[in-house]
Design a protein around this ligand. Structure first.
Ligand code: CA
Length: 229
């Protein structure tokens, strides 16, 4: 059974989510305090974390950073307002999805399943990623689009692999640059734009309306969730 950790201080909300998730055969752990929630994460190593933004003990933002520093555990961030979600995306948090309150528990369960499915299908442990008509073979460093082999440079391959491993997650240019170079030099971030342009020319059926690599204005890029499912 997959384990879900809920870090949320609204007890009633936790109770409802827990019963819906358990009804879908998940094992659920929860904590109403940020610092305790983070300790529980380290102890239980859950498959996914549902993380409230405003928490006593430790802020959801700090918890997400701390988790991301150590591991790739998928995170669904819960916010009280839409504007908070926008702000979080701007902070390049590395959450895999965002949910704004109030939400239906059914929707949360659907999102949890979708994020876990993507994380499983695109886990770095699986050697071949299948994303719509795009296939990425991590061992062979080979990419095919609709069965046709695509020739990518090492940088293009790394950028694609990085984003495709986390569909829906926003990557800043600096993060993508770090992925290609190990450590990034600020100021060279615009070279990522050139790589993205070349990648799109190679994998997008229509480069004017990209369906795989989406631009997130003012922040960076992400691999489309739709393309991955
Ligand atoms: Ca709260």
């Amino acid at each position: 059974m997959q384990k879900i950790l809920i870090i949320e201080d609204e007890i009633e909300l936790v109770r409802v989510l827990q019963s819906y998730l358990e009804g879908s055969n998940f094992t659920v752990f929860s904590s109403g305090k940020g610092d305790q929630g983070l300790a529980l994460w380290a102890q239980e190593q859950p498959d996914l974390v549902i993380l409230d933004l405003n928490l006593p003990g430790m802020d959801g933002l700090d918890i997400a950073r701390e988790i991301r520093r150590k591991d790739e555990t998928p995170i669904i961030m819960v916010t009280a307002r839409v504007e908070e979600t926008d702000r979080l995306i701007g902070l390049e948090l590395g959450a895999d999805d965002y949910i704004t309150k109030p939400f239906s528990p059914r929707e949360v369960v659907a999102r949890v399943k979708a994020v876990l499915r993507r994380a499983g299908a695109q886990s770095p442990k699986s050697q071949v990623m299948n994303l719509g008509s795009l296939e990425i073979d991590l061992d062979a460093h080979k990419v095919t689009q609709a069965g046709k082999e695509i020739d990518l440079t090492p940088s293009e391959f790394t950028i694609l692999e990085t984003m495709a491993s986390h569909p829906g997650r926003v990557f800043s240019r600096l993060q993508l640059l770090e992925a290609t170079q190990g450590d990034a030099y600020e100021g060279y971030e615009r070279t990522i734009d050139a790589h993205i342009k070349n990648l799109r020319a190679k994998i997008e059926p229509d480069t004017k309306n990209p369906t795989y690599i989406e631009t997130v204005f003012g922040i960076g890029y992400r691999f489309s969730k739709d393309a991955a499912s």
